[in-house]
Design a protein around this ligand. Structure first.
Ligand SMILES: Cc1cc2nc3c(=O)[nH]c(=O)nc-3n(C[C@H](O)[C@H](O)[C@H](O)COP(=O)(O)O)c2cc1C
Length: 364
């Protein structure tokens, strides 16, 4: 779609707004009527993305308070567009005046300049990680819808730099969203050492979606894994995506990689392993859907870097302002939100898959 700010086919979301403009927000269309929804449902999700909450997140204090402007009447969705507004409050536009005519390495400054010849340079404008607050608000609505069907997505930090989790401890709560305490301690040291030098770290986010029944997703171009890849790769700083065993599958053999089916003779069919990551032929197979994405190190670093200005004069740049030394922990909920949006979207087209289901809806 022209402009590139709309996602989805049945449960559609468009986001708007720039980092240092008046507000950001989203409009959701296609959310069924009858869902109980209030701002309180959104706040826990917004809080997980909000900066300023940990040693490893920027001190910017974005308030991230979502206001539902439409589409909800007396606490219930009406089936009409749900507009959600998040006002921008902590805008230090002066932090960015020194980069107005300079391209920050690793950012979208140069490509926006080439594409549009005008850009809101304050905080990256539309390319800012702040845009993802609007996705999280939309994702929270999708999550609420999915929860009524027993579907939930959970994303966490699998690795930071070379430090990979070796176990999954549900109860472990830390500011890197890393479910392995030893890995958390090592990753913290790794980030601190880079931050000391004015540098930054990257990592991998893993997401597990539970409760999806077989049959979600469409063949060919709109495969469920293709839509998840699209959704997740559209998040700033995400540079890789894999489903199930992903790139590791290329090192395996057919006999090891195929997931054997098991059954009880009463129509209940399962798989005894899940190398596929819960999707076969672009369609959910009933196992947990598991995917991972690679997140690059935060591009804004306080070390001096080589670049040019808009005229091509070579310059040294030192980026001011407040930036996360690692994006991964705050991006987990963004990944989860995009997964929720994809599943909600796919779910809403499911009733049209079989004539029998359509007949059940329309039979008088
Ligand atoms: C939740 C989130 C927060 C982010 N915060 C920052 C940040 O504080 N500083 C920064 O330089 N980049 C940040 N980014 C990444 C940039 O927005 C992104 O790298 C940049 O727009 C270039 O896009 P690309 O990396 O996808 O090519 C963040 C991204 C996300 C998803």
């Amino acid at each position: 779609m022209a402009g590139g700010s709309v996602f989805g086919r049945n449960f559609t979301v468009s986001t708007f707004g720039e980092s240092h403009g008046k507000a950001i927000g989203c409009v959701i269309d296609g959310c069924p009527a009858g869902l109980k929804l209030s701002e309180e449902d959104l706040i826990p999700y917004m809080d997980r993305r909000r900066p300023g909450q940990s040693e490893f997140a920027t001190a910017r204090s974005e308030s991230d308070t979502p206001e539902i402007l439409s589409g909800v009447f007396e606490g219930t969705t009406t089936g009409t567009p749900i507009a959600i507004l998040i006002k921008n409050s902590d805008q230090h536009s002066s932090d960015y005046s020194n980069i107005a005519d300079v391209f920050r390495p690793g950012h979208a400054d140069y490509t926006y300049h080439e594409k549009y010849s005008i850009r809101d340079y304050r905080g990256g404008g539309r390319s800012s990680g702040r845009e993802t607050a609007a996705r999280v608000a939309a994702g929270a609505v999708a999550a609420k819808l999915l929860s009524s069907f027993g579907i939930s997505a959970k994303a966490y930090t699998r690795s930071i730099g070379p430090v990979i989790i070796s176990s999954y401890d549900e109860a472990e709560a830390n500011d890197l969203n890393m479910p392995d305490h030893d890995a958390y301690l090592k990753a913290s040291e790794y980030i601190r050492a880079l931050r000391e030098k004015g540098d930054s770290a990257g990592g991998v986010i893993e997401c597990v979606i539970k409760g999806v029944t077989p049959g979600l997703g469409d063949p060919v171009f709109d495969k469920l894994d293709a839509l998840l890849a699209h959704a997740v790769m559209s998040i700033g700083a995400v540079k890789g995506f894999e489903i199930g065993d992903g790139f590791e599958a290329s090192l395996s053999s057919g006999s090891a990689n195929n997931d054997p089916f098991t059954g009880d003779g009463n129509g209940n069919i399962n798989k005894s392993s899940n190398h596929s990551g819960g999707i076969l032929g672009g369609i959910s197979d009933g196992s947990d859907i598991i995917f991972r994405c690679a997140v690059k190190p935060t591009p804004s670093i306080s070390m001096s870097q080589k670049t040019t200005d808009t005229k091509g004069n070579e310059r040294d740049i030192i980026i001011q302002g407040r930036h996360d030394p690692v994006i991964v922990p705050r991006a987990c909920v963004v990944v989860e939100s995009m997964a929720d949006l994809v599943i909600a979207d796919a779910m809403l087209s499911r009733p049209a898959d079989r004539l029998k289901d359509i007949t059940d809806i329309f039979r008088k």
